[in-house]
Design a protein around this ligand. Structure first.
Ligand code: ADP
Length: 166
């Protein structure tokens, strides 16, 4: 197949609970690199108690990424490599904020490559103005009554306001 006929499809997996400006920065940069970028919400993560359910997260990400025609939002259960095979993806996009991300990201990238060598994990360094932002901190601040509107897209800030003004 000529190189020009090969479409680069990447999956950007995560919990996105909620989507932050850091995630959005990665999505906008990924949308420039890949022909198609699938933002895929992992729905079997039991890491933390969820703030938003999958349907709410999907809607917020769709609202925040509506300007990018090659970005799709989906959710998946099970192994990321199985989902990548199902979506014919050649790449997994992940972000690195600090050394603390590096260790777990390296481990995941290596094990995913062992399970499915056809899919390469591509890392983008976090934008310096976003590297301190995490969904975990956003959750902590909002539950303590703080304002996070400068850290998250408007679609997310509106939903947070609605949830916490009740
Ligand atoms: P997970 O629960 O898989 O860590 P997240 O939604 O927290 O999911 O993050 C998804 C991906 O986005 C991870 O690769 C993470 O390192 C990256 N990421 C998270 N926050 C930022 C940020 N502020 N800037 C750049 N990348 C980020």
């Amino acid at each position: 197949m000529p190189a020009s006929d090969r479409r680069l499809v990447a999956i950007y997996p995560g919990s996105f609970d909620p989507l932050t400006n850091g995630h959005l920065d990665l999505i906008s940069r990924g949308a420039r690199l890949f022909d198609n970028l699938i933002v895929a919400i992992l729905s079997n993560s039991q890491k933390h108690a969820a703030l938003f359910d999958i349907a709410e997260r999907t809607q917020m990400i769709r609202d925040a990424t509506s300007a990018f025609p090659n970005v799709e939002v989906d959710s998946f259960q099970g192994l990321l490599v199985d989902y990548a095979a199902h979506r014919n993806a050649n790449a997994i996009l992940r972000g690195i904020r600090a050394i603390s991300d590096y260790e777990t990201e390296l481990q995941m990238a290596l094990i995913n490559r062992r399970m499915r060598p056809e899919t390469e994990t591509i890392f983008l360094m976090a934008g310096e103005e976003y590297s301190f932002i995490s969904s975990r901190l956003i959750k902590e601040i909002v539950t303590l009554g703080g304002d996070v509107s400068t850290f998250v897209p408007n679609a997310v800030a509106d939903r947070l306001r609605a949830k916490f003004s009740r």
